[in-house]
Design a binder for this molecule. Sequence first.
Ligand SMILES: Cc1cc2nc3c(=O)[nH]c(=O)nc-3n(C[C@H](O)[C@H](O)[C@H](O)COP(=O)(O)OP(=O)(O)OC[C@H]3O[C@@H](n4cnc5c(N)ncnc54)[C@H](O)[C@@H]3O)c2cc1C
Length: 125
Amino acid sequence: MGRAFVYVILGGGVAAGYAALEFARRGVPHGELCIISEETVAPYERPALSKGYLLPEAPARLPSFHTCVGANDERLTPKWYKENGIELVLGTRVKSADVRRKTLIIATGETISYKILIIATGFKT
Ligand SMILES: Cc1cc2nc3c(=O)[nH]c(=O)nc-3n(C[C@H](O)[C@H](O)[C@H](O)COP(=O)(O)OP(=O)(O)OC[C@H]3O[C@@H](n4cnc5c(N)ncnc54)[C@H](O)[C@@H]3O)c2cc1C
């Protein structure tokens, strides 16, 4: 049996970062929330990619544009997640979800179970 969490956010983009901040503000107990993301870095402000990131002077680079700087709020670095007891499972694709059993299978074959799943995988055209 793999890891088990109360809350799992599937996807580590903008929505996941802002949701994590809200979870922390509401006092989610350490170890209850996990974010699983295919990306290898903590959630960042994707809109900066076509704006500040391109500026030659004072360029916005990680960790400067981790969420939630876009809302002039806290910068959620990997250290922030650690301090708030939120597990980041990065560089990890979720291959399938069994919503009846409340389990996810990740690329390594591990099963991760949850009580509440938040799907934040974004939108692809
Ligand atoms: C260059 C650029 C500029 C933009 N500029 C603006 C702007 O100025 N204003 C604006 O409002 N919006 C802008 N956007 C759009 C904005 O970034 C998106 O609306 C926002 O990122 C959506 O957030 P999200 O969390 O829903 O999805 P995303 O931020 O796309 O996050 C989805 C996450 O899910 C992960 N994921 C998906 N499938 C899996 C899987 N099977 N397993 C594990 N992880 C998975 C992805 O790796 C990613 O981490 C811009 C986007 C881009 C790319």
